[in-house]
Design a protein around this ligand. Structure first.
Ligand code: ATP
Ligand code: LTN
Length: 348
């Protein structure tokens, strides 16, 4: 029996305005706290903007979050907070599904299976592992090493077509595609859909405010390196005021000047202007004017998100219900793919 390319078609009922079968999108985000403007511009905002175009599945990847030490209480809190932030940013569960990874046990089970099919050489090449393990190569858990395989399982379980992520996930996506192709060709069946990354050119790499040669990151120990989505207007003002620039005066997109390039990029993305329009807005002006304008744009973008976030978090039962409904909706897709994999390799 050959396996269908896209075994479970639709999660949501299509409306008349949409083509009958939409392509499936899957993406994930770790509930590790400190969610920042890079996550918003590189990932979340794109998920929201395109949520009506696709059959979307978004996942809060708590199994990934335990690949580095994390306090249990903090993990549980972060997971709900992440759900609230995503919904407050505009994800609408009438158009997409949003669930917690550990609520669908197929992810962990598939992960064991695909670990057995992943050459160590492939994982040895993963740069994120090297960065995150740092000096602790002998003491980090093997989960951190196998992290990309779990990510591949997330994607492949749902027969995903597109994976919208930031630039830092490029290598993990390649591994996912390689793994799917290898498995399909080993068993001469199209068990997995081969996914494609959706990495937007603009916003895919928002840089750190204090060191604009590094990406803005949740795990950077310096809080002044990022603007968190839940920062107060005062914190935003302070962080932008301290952001690294240079001694030149022009407010232009000059890649040789990474500080202003990054800040102007954030301004451009949040205002929806072209590069030229953003440069024109500050012609003849200095950093003071520019930073004040950027502060205002960031504060005004985050204000409604923060307001809605607080409302959502105050109704924990409703939030849990949304997450459960989504998990119940998508679980059969994952179960079907896992069963196919087990059948093909002879388990059971
Ligand atoms: P960490 O830096 O601690 O690994 P993170 O900030 O990369 O965490 P994730 O949960 O791993 O956060 O990423 C969530 C999404 O945000 C992913 O799609 C990722 O590609 C994107 N993303 C993360 N950082 C940036 C950034 N600086 N610019 C653009 N997109 C980003
Ligand atoms: N590794 C990703 C998070 C992630 C993900 C996924 C993204 C886990 N599973 C599946 C896309 C699809 C990260 O750290 N940003």
């Amino acid at each position: 029996m050959s396996v269908e390319l896209n075994p479970v078609n639709e999660v949501k009922t299509d409306t008349a305005a949409q083509p009958p079968i939409r392509k499936r999108v899957f993406s994930g985000i770790q509930p590790t706290g400190n969610i920042h403007l890079g996550n918003y511009l590189g990932a979340i905002r794109n998920w929201v903007a395109e949520q009506t175009h696709y059959d979307n599945i978004f996942c809060i990847v708590d199994l990934h979050a335990i690949t580095l030490p994390i306090d249990p209480k903090e993990l549980r809190t972060n997971t709900r907070q992440m759900a609230a932030i995503l919904l407050a940013s505009g994800l609408d569960t009438r158009h997409c599904n949003l669930f917690i990874q550990s609520h669908i046990h197929e992810h962990a089970e598939m992960s064991w299976i695909l670990n057995c099919f992943t050459p160590m050489g492939w994982l040895n090449r993963m740069t994120q592992f090297k960065t995150k393990a740092g000096e602790n190569l002998d003491s980090v858990g093997t989960g951190l090493y196998c992290y990309p395989v779990l990510m591949a399982c997330d994607i492949l379980l749902y027969q995903t077509h597109y994976v919208p992520v930031g630039d830092d996930q490029r290598q993990h996506l390649e591994l996912t595609r390689d793994l799917a192709q290898r498995f399909n060709s080993m068993y001469k069946k199209r068990v997995f859909t081969i996914p494609e990354g959706q990495i937007r050119e603009v916003g895919a790499r928002v840089m750190s405010l204090d060191d604009p040669t590094k990406k803005m990151s949740k795990s950077d120990p310096n809080p002044f390196s990022r603007i968190n989505l839940l920062d107060s207007p005062k914190e935003i003002k302070q962080k932008i005021a301290r952001a690294t620039t240079d001694s030149e005066k022009l407010i232009t997109f000059d890649p040789e000047r990474p500080g202003i390039y990054n800040l102007l990029g954030i301004y451009q993305l949040l205002t929806g202007q072209s590069q030229q329009e953003s440069e024109d807005a500050f012609a003849g002006k200095g950093y003071g004017d520019f930073k004040a304008a950027l502060t205002e744009v960031v504060v005004e973008t985050l204000r409604p998100i923060q307001q809605r976030y607080n409302e959502l978090l105050s109704d924990r039962a409703m939030l849990d219900n949304i997450l459960k409904e989504s998990a119940d909706t998508v679980r059969p897709i994952a179960a079907k793919t896992l069963q196919t994999v087990k059948d093909v390799i002879g388990l059971g």
